[in-house]
Design a binder for this molecule. Sequence first.
Ligand SMILES: C[S@@+](CC[C@H](N)C(=O)[O-])C[C@H]1O[C@@H](n2cnc3c(N)ncnc32)[C@H](O)[C@@H]1O
Length: 237
Amino acid sequence: MAEIVTPENKTESYRIFDKIAKTYDFLNIILSLGIDRLWRRKIIKLIGNSPRSNVLDLATGTADMAILLGKTENISNVLGLDMSKEMISIGKEKVLKQSLDRKVKLDIGNGMDLPVESSSKDLVTITFGIRNFGDFKKGLREMHRVLVPKGQCVIMEFSLPKNILIRSVYLFYFRNFLPFIGNIISKDKMAYSYLNETVEKFPYGKEFSDEMINAGFSEVAIHPLTFGIASIYVAKK
Ligand SMILES: C[S@@+](CC[C@H](N)C(=O)[O-])C[C@H]1O[C@@H](n2cnc3c(N)ncnc32)[C@H](O)[C@@H]1O
């Protein structure tokens, strides 16, 4: 969930994740106070109990979401794809540690040009990844392509609180404290500097759900989390 790309140049944003992979999980816990774990659990609740044979977790990073999906009984197979070798390599270690390596496979793959057959996945998830794509609309179209008809798409991304007071406090934290701590711990001077800008410029709420509809999705439901600082979008192909 933590991060690093400029709003102008995201084409190769994964390269920065290669640099900060080692501190990524630790920073996630510190900067979100562990709340991202609760949000990921909420996704598991939202996807329900129906059996899913093939699940794709896109921009899987260090595999937190892929692992949680892999621990879910009604899910048989999870493929996690990401462009960052270093993030995937840490993810693989975590998958092995949890003895999930038969159920959860991780590989390199570009979300804007997925190495995945059309209509082959029951569920596609992406948590804090889509905003990093050079062309997020292309990413949405790819997610739509690989889903089976009526397949489910779940996207979690940052958003901004509606309440003006909460929004100001949050933006202060987001623009000042978070880049300061993020850059120190990741030892990368720029790594966390642009996180707030990418979030503030990225569509959320109805604007983002309209983009999902443009990509072919239907029945988009928006679930704001923790005063609206993040949102989960659930939709159908
Ligand atoms: C903020 S991390 C999110 C990681 C993980 N999903 C999580 O929730 O912690 C964003 C991830 O997007 C990946 N990424 C960026 N552009 C990508 C692309 N075009 N295709 C696949 N992954 C990409 C990065 O390498 C990085 O691991």
